[in-house]
Write a protein that binds this ligand. Structure first.
Ligand SMILES: Cc1ncc(COP(=O)(O)O)c(C=O)c1O
Length: 413
């Protein structure tokens, strides 16, 4: 049984967390780039291959098992995102590929002079597909800014950007660079009031809190299973109405209905085995009783509470490291508005140098822009190598943070 109240037992389920670097336990602070998997995910994936893999749709045992695997993964993702029906869940290579696929299809409905809105707080995977689609159709792109002081979205500027020509607003739920959680429900409401659709990038948000596509009322929402303890697979939620109505770029024999019409080529069934296992892992954190959706909601709420404690501990400690600057929300009273993902700089040290120095000591952190190039440009950090990103997830501990802060103090001299 996994619970967050026994973090040692929980961590014991993740083989990668047992690794060492130069004799010291590795500290995985690269969750925003990709998380580690519990043994049950690894077992599910290898079991699929061991039992015998097959393409789907055949009239024999292993093919039927592949169909069942895809169905189980779809039901699991329906529960995780609270979709109305499993057909609203599309699997694909990753979020980026799925977003290019939908943007190309949506753009067919646009006319020259139409407009789309993207934000400077987004990962480029929720910007470039829309820039390309807009260019293909002669549509105009408008940019929603963020406040550099605390890295919150300038939502007050959104009404001024929307008009009757706006076709789509693309927004991220949480920033993979600075951790800001945006009021996506409000963005969706404003977009809909203007007659536009809303496309939400929930890749960074999903491992940290409960997603509810029905409550958000978003038209599309994308996430990536490797960010929430599963394999490298992308997931797209779309309202059935749009998935049904839009013309997909697909091969002729492929299904004409969702989800099949959007799932180009052969899926990674071994990964889909891991998808269901990852969702079940999260549900188990919610304890026994109730539907899987209810257990998921409880599990993710427990994750959120643990991560808020990690954020508070990190922020209080970071304030005592000479020359360390944390970008984004640093107010302890506003932890509900951020994930435990921190972009930092240390005076006198280049981001790549810091990441390498920490890496040698077993702390796995990213440096650079992590594809959030618009964020780094706006903060003026892109040209000087971006920022160091320290990202916690629920399997990180207070003791790991203390070790990290001690290392940063040593480096700061
Ligand atoms: C916020 C965010 N959006 C999109 C992506 C792209 O996801 P994928 O690797 O599944 O294409 C990432 C990956 O880091 C991300 O953090």
């Amino acid at each position: 049984m996994n619970t967050l109240s026994d973090l040692n037992a929980l961590r014991a389920q993740f083989p990668a967390l047992q690794r060492t670097v130069a004799g010291r336990p590795a500290v995985f602070l690269d969750g925003p780039g990709g998380t580690q998997s519990p043994a049950r995910v690894i077992d599910a994936m290898s079991d699929y291959l061991r039992r015998g893999s097959s393409n789907h749709g055949g009239h024999f045992l292993t093919s039927r098992e592949s169909d069942a695997t895809a169905e189980a993964a779809r039901l699991a993702m329906r529960d995780l995102l609270n979709a109305r029906r499993p057909e609203e869940i599309i699997f694909g290579q990753n979020m980026t590929s799925l977003t290019f696929s939908i943007s190309r299809a949506l753009a067919q409905t646009w006319q020259p002079g139409d407009e789309v809105i993207v934000t400077r707080l987004d990962h480029d995977a929720n910007i470039s597909p829309w820039l390309r689609a807009a260019a293909d159709r002669g549509a105009m792109v408008r940019w929603l800014d963020f406040h550099p002081a605390d890295c919150t979205l300038a939502l007050e500027e959104l009404p001024g950007l929307l008009n009757e020509r706006t076709r789509l607003v693309a927004v991220n739920y949480a920033s993979n660079a600075v951790g800001t959680i945006s009021d996506v429900g409000r963005v969706v409401a404003l977009a809909h009031a203007a007659g536009a659709l809303a496309y939400v990038d929930a890749v960074h948000y999903t491992p940290h809190d409960v997603v509810d596509v029905q409550a958000l009322d978003c038209d599309f929402l994308a996430c990536s299973v490797y960010k929430f303890f599963g394999p490298h697979t992308g997931v797209l939620y779309g309202k059935y109405e749009w998935l049904d109505r839009l013309a997909a770029y697909k091969v002729r024999p492929a299904a004409d209905e969702p989800p099949g019409k959007w799932e180009t080529g052969t899926q990674s069934y071994e990964s889909l085995s891991g998808v269901a296992a990852a969702v079940d892992y999260l549900a188990e954190l919610g304890g026994a009783g109730g539907s899987r959706r209810e257990r998921l909601a409880r599990g993710l709420s427990a994750i959120k509470a643990h991560e808020a404690a990690l954020s508070e501990h990190f922020l209080r400690g970071a304030a005592t490291v000479p020359g360390l600057r944390v970008y984004g929300l640093t107010d302890i009273e506003r932890l509900a508005e951020r994930t435990p993902t921190f972009a930092v700089e240390l005076a006198g040290h280049a981001p790549a140098e810091i990441a390498a120095w920490l890496g040698e000591r077993g702390f796995f952190v990213w440096d650079g822009h992590y594809y959030a190039i618009a964020v780094m440009e706006r903060l003026g950090t892109l040209a000087r190598g971006g920022l160091v990103r320290i990202g916690f997830v629920h399997y990180n501990t207070i003791a790991e943070i203390d070790r990290l802060l001690a290392a940063l103090r040593e480096l700061a001299g």
